[in-house]
Design a binder for this molecule. Structure first.
Ligand code: 8X3
Length: 264
């Protein structure tokens, strides 16, 4: 199920929106929503062809930035290259992120751990640091960080992914503390199970494993997450959503696990 056209937005339409991970399932859903509202878009992603295809499909002025968020120098150069007419960013959606692997921690691939921390945390913080001073100077702006229920409810095989999302939530709340009085808003959006290519990436292309995650149930969709992001972003400027935890009705935090000894 998806929503088209989007629900009635609030009164605040962000003028310029920068979306990282723009060509992914979430990112492109966000891009379509904000384009429908008339926002101008800066689309950041790794693949120039995919960025161009997305930009060409939208009816609003767009600027594309092709770089890997894990390459700090490339990120700094990309942000510095934003043309003047796109420079006053109203909304930054820190969306680039991923999960890799679901083996127990003691069997995990340490390269996977490094990539998750570099992408989900380090890049998100640096991107924020690059965009924030302009927002504070203008006395307005909004940073929406894509966290996850995984940041609050750990699960077997979640280890660094869960921890990386706890970072995103706590970083968002900490930003609120520093930005008090500046007019800049911060929101941590924390979705649970959403059917996207998330699991295909996590299981490194194993389509069968990925499909099992969403089989015989009704997960959220990228459009549902876009609904939440649009809601938080279009509220009037005096209204800050700190955390927005969403999950499908079929999912719930369902208790702690207990190991029981085998009877002799
Ligand atoms: C995605 C939600 O539960 O697969 O962030 O980790 S979960």
């Amino acid at each position: 199920m998806s929503y088209a056209p989007p629900h009635i937005p609030g009164p605040h339409i962000p003028g310029i929106v920068l979306i990282s991970g723009a060509t992914g399932d979430f990112g492109s859903a966000f891009a379509r929503r904000f384009a429908a509202l008339g926002s101008r878009l800066i689309l950041a992603g790794r693949t120039p062809e995919k960025l161009k295809a997305l930009a060409d499909s939208l009816d609003v002025p767009t600027h594309t930035l092709a770089f890997d968020v894990r390459d700090r120098k490339a990120m700094e150069a990309a942000i510095a290259s934003i043309p003047a007419e796109f420079a006053a960013i109203d909304l930054l959606i820190n969306n680039a992120g991923l999960a890799l692997g679901m083996e127990p921690a003691q069997k995990a691939n340490l390269d996977d751990w490094e990539i998750m921390v570099d992408t989900n945390d380090k890049a998100l913080a640096i991107m924020t640091g690059l965009i924030l001073p302009g927002m504070v100077e203008r006395g307005a702006g909004h940073i929406i960080n894509l966290s996850s229920t995984a940041g609050s409810y750990p699960y077997p095989g979640g280890h660094v992914y869960c921890a990386s999302k706890a970072f995103v939530t706590q970083f968002s709340l900490s930003l609120r503390a520093d930005l008090l009085g500046t007019g800049v808003r911060v929101t941590s959006v924390e979705p649970g199970m959403v059917e996207t290519s998330f699991s295909l990436v996590r299981f490194k292309g194993d389509a069968e494993k990925a499909a099992k995650v969403y089989a015989d149930t009704t997960p959220l969709t990228a459009e549902d997450v876009a609904e939440s992001v649009t809601w938080a972003a279009t509220l009037p400027p005096h209204f800050n959503v700190n955390r927005l935890e969403i999950m499908p009705t079929v999912q719930a935090p369902a208790g702690l696990a207990v190991h029981r000894f085998k009877k002799a």
